[in-house]
Design a protein around this ligand. Sequence first.
Ligand code: SIN
Length: 182
Amino acid sequence: MSSVTSHNEDLWIFGYGSILWKVDFPYIEQQTADITGWSRRFWQGSVDHRGVTGNPGRVVTLVESANQVCRGIAYRLGAEALESTLAHLDFRERGGYERLQIELSLNNGKSVPGITYFADEHNRNYLGDADIDVIAKQVATASGPSGRNSEYVYELETALEVIDAQDPHVTDIANHLRLLER
Ligand code: SIN
């Protein structure tokens, strides 16, 4: 992993979690994009957005998975607002995520370098794998400054539908959650 510190050119940023629906930064264009070799997983704990210390929520991170494709949205950030946008996102994602340089396959057929926010297994809030029903139960009881953890799951499910992304892990958790909330 390498961190990205300064730029004087446009930069593509890849969102696969809350950056799909909470787009609180300026950008020039957006495109559906795929990254290869990664899967989206609810393996990251959240004590600053969708949970609190002592009752963390679960949010998504990326997990290396050979031959798997993770679909998300790539946003092209303009050079002028780049430093302030990255500073904003660094703060928003401070609960364990770091910038990761990654190759993006854009919907227009082009491959471009970009960055994404990635929470690896060494960060203090990492939770890792668990059975789907355990994850769903944890999500059902968690809430934090950004709202209920269940809302994050449903927002993600809807955002993935909009970009025609099939993600069985997210669908399974959302379905379990609906059963729990009936
Ligand atoms: C992302 O959205 O790409 C990063 C993870 C998150 O904040 O949910």
